[in-house]
Write a protein that binds this ligand. Structure first.
Ligand code: T4K
Length: 405
């Protein structure tokens, strides 16, 4: 482990890792079990259109969520698109800006208007009081995000939606395997949409699911993800192709078996990060509520530069030099990205909490590809960098000035 400033790669030492440590390296269950399932898919020559693997996965996931309906889809972006159409949303939809761009893009893509709302600095999720101030006669829904897998202010949002006659969707892309008041996420709002992307705690390569307890909504989602078909030669309205392929579902069945192990690994890495970073000035590790079920997938640091001296961006540069690919999720906030960014709005701190947080947050590697000794090494680099924050900031500033000269 690195203990001396000169050992840092940014100062000329060899990188801590010869191979890149990614934030989103996929969790992969038993490869032989997967190959067995894949072989069955090939033998059956049934590759898509609600084959036995998708049906089995949906059945298993309904049990997992304790929800009545789980409709698997090609990815969460398509799942959100289908859910929005199935709920008949129109006009304006209130969304957080501190999220992955997909949350906003699905609204814009469908010709509706995303209205960006600020977040609660404690939860990093949409602030219900601020959402209420954005409601207009054109508002049809709120899409809230359980960011990092930590539940939003669910009750307040449900009450707000009820009072104003709005639909409520949860973008639960990060929240597979997490609970709120001891009930699995997947059971709140009109629908919750999960991502099973490669980088998520539970993955099907690409994939996702719309989870709901509304029977009629589930029926519409099922039809809309399959071109709007209601029978072999009949459609009940417009639809797209958002079906999950059988091989993805086979991956899902395999990974679901290993899911408890994925969470155990994430949790023990999280504990290792917690220990390794405790007492580092200005570095705060995102906390989880240990009385709930968590997937512990996201290791998120918040850097307070007034205490760390080193900025988040300098720390990221130092980590990248060590082959630790820390990510600035979700900088700079959707409202400051195209097509939402408008000259004049960006500098005006319209979303002060989002803008402040997006300058401070850094996501570190986790998952089954990351070992406890990796975590200790990463923590040692962070610790060493902050201990020499002044000098490193000076050096990095000098490099930037030289590059611009
Ligand atoms: N809503 C929210 C709140 C979301 O976070 C997301 C997705 C969505 C909706 C939409 O869900 P999907 O439609 O994707 O189901 C990644 C993921 O692509 C994206 O799914 C995810 N959120 C987001 C948080 O992260 P990028 O642009 O950071 O991806 P990328 O390619 O840079 O990969 C991240 C890291 O993982 C890299 O260090 C490389 C590594 N990686 C990636 C892949 C795909 C691997 O090691 N192996 C791999 O197979 O967006």
């Amino acid at each position: 482990m690195k203990t001396d400033l000169a050992e840092l790669a940014i100062c000329g030492g060899p990188p801590a890792f010869s191979e890149i440590r990614h934030v989103g390296r996929p969790n992969i269950g038993d490869p032989d079990r997967f190959l067995g399932l894949a072989r069955q898919v090939l033998d059956r020559r049934w590759l898509s259109n609600s084959g036995p693997c998708v049906e089995n996965l949906e059945w298993r996931l309904r049990e997992f969520f304790g929800a009545e309906h789980c409709e698997c889809v090609s990815n969460a972006t398509d799942g959100l698109i289908v859910a929005i159409r199935a709920l008949g949303l129109a006009g304006e939809v209130i969304v957080p800006s501190f999220t992955f761009i997909a949350t906003a893009h699905v609204v814009q893509w469908l010709g509706l208007t995303p209205v960006f709302c600020d977040i609660d600095p404690r939860t990093h999720c949409i602030d219900p009081a601020k959402a209420e101030m954005l409601i207009t006669p054109r508002t049809s829904a709120i899409i809230a995000v359980h960011l990092w897998g930590r539940p939003c202010a669910v009750a307040a949002l449900e009450e707000l939606a009820r009072r104003h006659g709005l639909k409520l969707i949860f973008d639960s892309a990060h929240a597979f395997g997490c609970s709120h008041e001891n009930r699995m996420l997947g059971n709140f709002g009109d629908a919750e949409v999960f991502s099973f992307h490669a980088t998520k705690v539970f993955n099907t390569g690409e994939g996702g699911a719309v989870v709901t307890n509304d029977h009629e909504l589930a029926k519409r989602v099922r039809s809309m993800r399959n071109f709007g078909f209601s029978g072999m030669d009949t459609t009940e309205g417009p639809g797209i192709n958002a079906k999950m392929p059988e091989l993805s579902a086979a991956m899902g069945l395999n990974n679901l078996e290993s899911f408890p192990e994925f969470v155990r690994t994430n949790h023990s890495n999280y504990a290792c990060y917690d220990e390794g970073l405790s007492g580092v000035p200005g570095v705060k590790l995102l906390e989880y509520n240990h009385f709930e079920r968590n997937n512990y997938h996201y290791i998120v640091l918040s850097i307070d530069e007034t205490l760390s001296v080193l900025s988040r961006d300098y720390l990221q540069q130092i980590l990248w030099a060590e082959n630790i690919l820390a990510r600035r999720y979700f900088y700079p906030g959707c409202h400051r990205m195209a097509p939402y960014f408008k000259a004049g709005i960006s500098g005006s701190s319209r979303l002060p909490v989002t803008e402040a947080l997006s300058e401070r947050v850094l996501a570190l590697p986790n998952g089954t590809a990351v070992s406890p000794s990796d975590v200790r090494e990463i923590c040692a680099v962070v610790r060493l960098s902050i201990a020499h924050g002044d000098e490193l900031a000076h050096r990095l500033q000098g490099r930037i000035s030289a590059a611009h000269a």
